[in-house]
Ligand binder design. Structure first.
Ligand code: NAD
Length: 371
């Protein structure tokens, strides 16, 4: 089995799909690995940290003769053209974004697995790259908020007097939101949080945060949230406005799979916020939970600082890559037999994650969405 890894070329991307530990494990299963020189250096993994991996100068040398290509982000058209026909590709491939990319993969009969499609069942938790990267992102949101806030997060008793802790509101308590809550709690802030899923209340409270009850509950399919009706949105906004107005920091992480992020913090709510308050909008990448978010920018409105950071996991590439690479290994290793890939195409996790194979888009949801 020839595995290939190249340097990620997406703007701002610092992660790598293979770390020294997973390289050793793949080789123990009989794989040979070629990796573009310095592919791990942005994550602080040097070529010398992969002593048995063959370092090669570029994409053509890495991909030539490859059976399996490991990636973090989707490959460009040039990279797809360099992959051997019929080879296997795995990564966070943004399956709903680019029909031309899907067509190019099918034209080369690439077997592609998009980790965004991984079924979120117990057995697949160790392979869940969305969760591992969301944990990094949520942690980063907490740190950005603390760094931008003009107040201490913890309560402080000093000779000059007592400082009250900052008030943080987290909206959306999935994997990222819960990590943001935990991070802000560790820093000593007073944290409130809200999510539309009923199960979130207990998870928020187990982290020592207070649940904000808006009376709106919207559990959807597969443990995800569903989109709210106009009436539910209005009720949610009315109740949330008070919590937003009292907060020094609002962190938003609300998402609905395959849809634009819901706008939850409205322009009117921002007008009601404290001067100098901070919003960190983790949903910036998919449109933003705050009406005034500009993806990748810091904007100031009504003296409220609104941050829309992108690719948050890439801000901590060493651990983000380590977790991601382990997710890849956990997905692939059961199917490496006698040094070859041998997938069971009926397996729920394999079938659910498969995007395309033999020149066809196999995933129903993607096929329907892409027409
Ligand atoms: P996500 O990134 O899709 O969404 C983030 C959060 O936003 C979710 O908690 C969602 O309920 C919330 N949200 C959506 N609309 C909202 C609104 N209008 N107002 C407030 N909040 C809103 O979610 P995720 O972090 O990927 O996780 C979603 C679910 O999947 C959770 O129940 C999680 O526990 C579950 N999960 C299961 C597994 C597994 O079993 N393998 C792994 C990861 C996550």
């Amino acid at each position: 089995l020839n595995i290939a890894v190249v340097r990620e070329r997406a703007s701002g991307e610092r992660r790598v799909a293979l770390v020294p530990e997973t390289a050793r494990k793949f080789m123990a299963l009989g794989a040979a690995i070629r990796m573009e020189q310095s592919a791990g250096s942005e994550s602080h993994f040097l070529d010398s940290d992969y002593p048995e991996v063959q370092a090669v100068p570029g994409i053509a040398e890495a991909y030539g003769g490859a059976d399996l290509v490991l990636r973090v982000t989707p490959p460009s058209a040039e990279e797809i053209a360099a992959m051997p026909e019929g080879s296997t590709l795995i990564g966070l491939l943004k399956p709903f974004e680019d029909p031309a990319r899907l067509a190019a993969l099918n034209a080369r009969r690439i077997t592609a697995f998009a980790l965004e499609l991984l079924p979120r069942i117990s057995r697949a938790q160790s392979m869940d790259a969305l969760s591992s990267q969301a944990s990094c992102a949520g942690y980063q949101c907490g740190l950005i908020a603390a760094a931008r806030c003009t107040k201490f997060f913890p309560m402080l008793t000093t000779a000059a007097g007592t400082i009250r802790p900052a008030r943080v509101l987290v909206i959306g308590a999935g994997v990222a939101g819960l990590q943001a809550i935990a991070t802000c709690k560790r820093l000593g802030a007073m944290v409130e949080a809200y999510d539309v899923r009923a199960a979130a209340k207990e998870q928020i409270e187990s982290l020592g945060a207070k649940f904000v009850d808006t009376g709106v509950s919207a559990d959807g399919a597969g443990g995800y949230a569903r989109e709210l009706s106009a009436e539910e949105k209005a009720r949610q906004a009315e109740r949330l406005a008070k919590a937003v107005a009292q907060a020094d920091v609002v962190i938003t992480t609300a998402a609905i799979p395959g849809k634009k992020a819901p706008v939850i913090v409205t322009t009117d709510m921002i007008k009601g916020m404290k001067y100098g308050a901070v919003i960190v909008d983790m949903a910036a990448e998919s449109g933003g939970n705050c009406a005034l978010t500009q993806p990748g920018e810091h904007v100031v409105a009504n003296d409220v600082n609104i941050h829309g950071p992108l690719n948050l996991a890439s801000r901590m590439p060493t651990h983000a890559s380590e977790l991601y690479a382990k997710n890849l290994y956990n997905f692939l290793s059961p199917w490496i037999k006698e040094g070859r890939l041998a997938f069971d195409w009926e397996d729920e996790v394999v079938a659910g994650t498969l995007l395309c194979r033999d020149g066809k888009t196999t995933h129903n949801g993607v096929r329907q969405a892409m027409g």
